[in-house]
Structures are given as C-alpha cells and as structure tokens.
Design a protein around this ligand. Structure first.
Ligand SMILES: *Cc1c(COP(=O)(O)O)cnc(C)c1O
Length: 485
C-alpha cells in the first residue's frame, strides 16, 4: 500500500500560506485515517505510531517557527509524509553500491565479493540446523574448526589450522597464546599500522606480550634478532608490510633464515601475511603476493592471513601452522571470544573449495576474476557505455574513455597498479571545477544504487574493472539525469 501524494491540494488550496499548530491533527486522529490504517495493518501499531508521533512533533515545531506551509498538512500530504517516514525507518542502512573506484578489494566497500557457490552454501546452511559442532560419524560433539581445517591443510601444506573472526584477531590470539607475559622480537621495519586501531605495537600490548624491536626502519639483519634473543623470548615475529613499501637501501631477514635461527634456539616463528594469496598471482601476470604455503615451507610455525582480502572469501582470520603451535592457539581461552560465526564459516568453506580446482578459480572467484580482467575488455565496456553516460551528464560534463590505473586494495601490493579503463567525467565550465565534481560525486552517491567513483586531476573517474553487469550502471542513468537537470 502506498499513500501517494496526488495533485489534489483540496485542503491546501483552501488555506494558502502558513499552517499554525492548531491546524495539525493529533497523533490519534492521524492513526485513525484509513490510509494510515493500512500502514498499521502492514507494519503493526508500534512502528507506525512512532513515525506518526515523530512526524506530528516535527510539524508542530515547524508550525511554531512559522515555517510550515498549509499544503504540507493536507490529508494527502500527511499520508505521504507518514509513508515516507515509515519507508525511511525500515530501509536498511547497509546498501548495495557500485564500486567504480578502481580498487578491487575496497575495505570501505566491504572487501572481497563472495562467489556464487559461497552465497548458496551460506544461504542453505543458515536456512536450518546444520552440523556446526556436531560429529555426524559419532553423534557426539564436534569442533567447528574441523569444517575447514582439512581444506586449509590441503591447500597450504600446514599440519593444522584454525580460524577466527578476522586476521586482526588471528594475530592477537597467536601472540597471546604463544607469548603472553614474555617477549616477541620484531623488526622495526615491520611495525605496521593497518588502519584504524590495528598497530603492531598496540596489538602486542593488548596480547600481553612485550615487544622487542630490532634493526632499523630500512634494514634489519639476522644478527639483530640473534642478539635480542634471551630466556624471556617466546616468539620471533614477521609482519608483511602490506600497505606500504620500504624501498631503496633496504634489507630484511627472510622467513627461512629466521626460522632456522629460531628453531636452533627452540623458539617458534609467526608470520602475519595480511592478505596472503593461496595461488600464485604471477600466473595471471599480476604482481606476486607471498603465499602461506611458502611461509610454511620456509619453516614458519604459524602463518596468519585474512579471509576477505586476496583469498576472496568472507571476513575471517586464518591461522595455519604446526600441530604444536595451532594446538596452543586453539586451547587459549581468548579463542572462544574470537571464534568465527557459522555464517562466514559456511562461506569460507565454499570459498576454499574453489581452490581445489585451480584452473577454474580465476573464473569462479569474483576477486580473482576482477583482478585478472583484461584491460581491453574493460575498455570495450567503457566505449559501449560512453554515449549513454555522456548524454545524461551533458551539457555540464564531458565524458571520455580512458585508460586508468587501479589497485588491488586492502593493503595488498600497495605500489603496484592494475592497468584498467573507464570513463572520465570533466566539468565543461572550468570555473568552480572542484564544486561541480563534488556535486556530481554526491549525485552519484544519492542514486538508488549508489555509484562510487574517485576524483583525480579535476575529473571524476569511473573505473569499470569491477562493473561486471553494465546494466547496473545503465539502470541508474535516467535517475542521474533527473538529479543533475
Ligand atoms: C589486513 C591486515 C591485517 C588485519 O586483517 P583483518 O582481516 O582486516 O582483520 C593484519 N595484518 C596485516 C599485515 C594486514 O594486511
């Protein structure tokens, strides 16, 4: 049911000008209106009453201020206002958007997109009971880790694996479980901040470990670690500097060397990979990202990485490594507080299964599919869309097809660029370029399916790498045209 605002201004035309507070209907009277009654039948009394009350309060405030037009309190206008408020209240705050930023794994836009099989599995598993912690063979209690442990050990060569809520949790838990009240040695070149509150020194402190920094920002040597080892040392830690690169006169100690040193002293090595790719991206001509399987082969005892970065799955923290280390991590009490929910767990299982078919994974997994999309294909889409976009933004903006430089995102390979293509929208009037672009960007964000581009060099760029269904953008154009008119 919709109480549509019709042309009629029956009551309004009778009383032009401003409305006074005494012209307002009471909450009760409005609730007795037959059209508002339909809303009550649909949504229930509490929801509608709350919105009617809020509306009447707002109108009264404006009437007192002399700021309420009589036309706003006609029966039709009030019905429409009630409906608009209910719709607004019941509209989800989490919305689908079109990511045309050129950054494939965009942290602010929800990171990796789930594969169809992961969505299906998630839906099926959530629709009813499942064997989350139930052993179907014995009829006894099961362990939720066992749902993905074998997949993870198969794919990475690890002896054991466990999963938690996200990679930040994986790092925190690993340090707490292996080094609480003791010392962790880490290179000064690897004290990363991942954004927000995740900074390596703070994580160490939260985990109750004492951080011992060695080396310098640009150079750390094996003997730096060696000299720092004492009987208080519990762990040697490597952190992949995922969102920045130290270039020039640099030196760091590889996992193999560090593991050899650590093991000779009876200590474990943990590596936080951040993104961590399960397949070699170089196979598709992409820049290489370190793989957990390489870190394990180099001797690391624990490797942590994210579920929703290059892996292309749900938010998750994956911890793979030796039986001894994973055993300690799994038994550490904090694990219970950081454990993964059944929702992402189902999606993670289905995502990992896609890696069992490596020749197909670049097609089946959206993240890899988008990352490996050839520039020429993207350019063709841009060329096909150019006339339609140009028509709706004219005459204020011109639209050209251009090669662009995208990024993988989420800190992966921060310096590398992905050759991409898209549309560049430039204000025709060179005066007030900044404001025109801000307005255009805002109009794009206000669309029913908000379009998120990026502003660069006095142009608004729509990188089309992540636009797999051009119709999604085409469908928004007439609305964009209206809002720019
Ligand atoms: C992204 C990242 C994290 C945090 O992972 P989340 O899954 O976002 O919690 C930790 N360490 C590194 C090196 C990262 O790149």
């Amino acid at each position: 049911m919709m109480a549509r605002l019709e042309e009629s201004v029956v009551d309004g035309s009778r009383a032009p000008g401003k409305a006074s507070p005494k012209d307002l209907p009471s909450v009760d009277r409005l609730l007795k209106d037959p059209v508002v009654g339909l809303a009550v039948a649909e949504h229930g009394h509490s929801c509608v009453t709350a919105q009617v009350r809020a509306l009447v309060d707002e109108l009264r405030g404006r009437a007192i201020a002399g700021d309420l037009a009589a036309a706003e309190i006609t029966t039709e206008a009030l019905r429409a206002a009630v409906q608009t408020r209910i719709c607004g209240r019941l509209a989800p705050r989490m919305r689908s958007v079109l990511n045309l930023t050129g950054t494939v794994i965009h942290t602010n836009l929800g990171r990796a997109l789930l594969a169809d099989s992961a969505l299906q599995h998630l839906l099926t598993m959530m629709a009813g009971p499942n064997n989350l912690e139930y052993d179907l063979a014995t009829g006894g209690r099961g362990d939720r880790d066992s749902i993905v442990e074998e997949l993870l050990t198969t794919l990475t060569g690890a002896e054991a694996a466990t999963v938690v809520n996200n990679n930040a949790a994986a790092v925190l838990l690993t340090i707490a479980a292996l080094a609480r009240d003791r010392e962790v040695i880490v290179s000064r070149g690897e004290l990363v901040e991942i954004g927000g509150a995740f900074r390596m020194p703070d994580v160490m402190a939260s985990a109750g470990a004492h951080m011992v920094e060695v080396g310098t920002t640009n150079r750390t040597h094996l003997h730096d670690y060696e000299r720092a080892i004492t009987d208080r040392t519990a762990l040697l830690m490597k952190v992949h500097t995922s969102n920045y690169a130290v270039q020039g006169f640099t030196s760091s100690v590889g996992e193999a060397q560090l593991s050899a040193l650590a093991h000779a002293r009876g200590l474990p090595v943990a590596t936080d990979l951040g993104s961590g790719a399960l397949v070699d991206l170089a196979a598709w001509g992409l820049p290489r990202e370190p793989m957990p399987q390489e870190m394990l082969a180099a001797g690391c005892d624990v490797v942590t990485f994210s579920g929703d970065k290059l892996l292309g799955g749900p938010q998750a923290g994956l911890i793979v490594g030796s039986k001894a280390a994973i055993g300690k991590i799994r038994k550490f009490p904090m694990k219970r507080a950081l454990r993964m929910s059944k929702l992402p767990l189902a999606a993670l299982e289905a995502t990992l299964m896609l890696y069992l078919r490596p020749e197909r994974v670049a097609q089946d997994l959206p993240t890899l599919r988008l990352l490996t999309r050839p520039q020429a294909d993207i350019r063709r889409v841009a060329e096909a869309l150019q006339p339609a976009v140009a028509a709706v933004v004219a005459p204020r903006f011109s639209v050209t097809v251009e090669d662009m430089q995208g990024q993988i995102g989420s800190g992966s390979l921060p310096v590398e660029r992905l050759p991409s293509a898209g549309l560049a929208l430039a204000p025709v009037n060179r005066k007030g370029v900044g404001r025109s672009l801000d307005e255009l960007a805002a109009a794009l964000r206000r669309l029913p399916l908000p379009v998120i581009g990026r502003i660069s060099d006095d142009r608004l760029l729509l990188d089309l790498r992540c636009l797999e269904r051009p119709g999604d953008l085409l469908g928004q154009l007439s609305i964009l045209g209206d809002s720019l008119a």
